[in-house]
Design a protein. Structure first.
Length: 229
């Protein structure tokens, strides 16, 4: 029997049955072409799962750092809560002005959030609704931290709107963290349809590189869809 290229290709497919499932089409010699669409889809799916796992680990680490700082005691500083919050908000603004984006800036911002999570519940006259609509990014961050620490269901629509319109990626991350916590407090089944729709529109507006925020929003929406049945 004469062995040529076509025979070898057919023999390979016959001996390894799953190989044929990888190729969308096969063109034998005279225009040899293999399309690996299914293989590419499998590789992309595996990469997506790996990235989601990495983001979950990073999120757990971030939340642990925040919890550690928020549980700390800085009673030796001698500041009132309102003074400390004001200082932190000024530092947050200063960080964005003088330090380039990167791990060092993010790490300090997370420490600021953690301190805000601890301090903002001590502010009896804190106007959370007004802070959510503030033009100042630090003030909005303080509102997200307050709602993360003390969830208020009545403010969920305003919080979602603020999260959708948030211009600072770091602050938007914490806005979404606060959204998830408030939804935990009120129960996914009690979230209004209009609020869920606003979250979906926010997801559609996120840039491709915003993987953590995308994952957070998808998780929130998944819980809402499960609750809706």
């Amino acid at each position: 029997m004469k062995i040529d290229g076509a025979t070898l290709v057919l023999a390979a497919i016959a001996v390894v049955p799953w190989l044929g499932d990888l190729f969308e089409s096969i063109e034998l010699p005279g225009g040899a072409k293999l399309q690996y669409r299914r293989l590419e889809e499998r590789v992309e799916a595996a990469e997506q799962r790996a990235e989601e796992a990495r983001l979950a680990v990073n999120d757990a680490s971030r939340q642990a750092r925040v919890a550690l700082v928020a549980a700390g005691d800085d009673s030796g500083r001698g500041e009132r809560a309102d003074e400390a919050v004001g200082r932190l908000l000024r530092e947050f603004t200063d960080l964005r002005d003088r330090m380039p984006s990167g791990p060092a800036r993010t790490y300090r911002q997370e420490q600021i959030v953690a301190e805000l999570v601890r301090l903002t519940p001590q502010l009896d006259d804190f106007d959370v609704a007004g802070a959510l609509g503030s033009a100042d990014g630090g003030t909005r961050l303080a509102a997200y931290a307050r709602l993360y620490a003390l969830p208020e269901g009545d403010l969920l629509p305003a919080l979602v709107e603020a999260a959708a319109e948030e211009s600072f990626p770091f602050a938007q991350t914490w806005a979404l963290n606060a959204v998830a916590v408030v939804i935990d407090a009120v129960g996914p089944g009690n979230v209004r349809l209009a609020t869920a729709r606003r979250l979906r529109s926010c997801l559609a507006q996120l840039p491709p590189h915003a993987m953590y925020r995308t994952q957070s929003l998808r998780a929130i929406l998944g819980r809402l869809e499960d609750a809706a049945g």
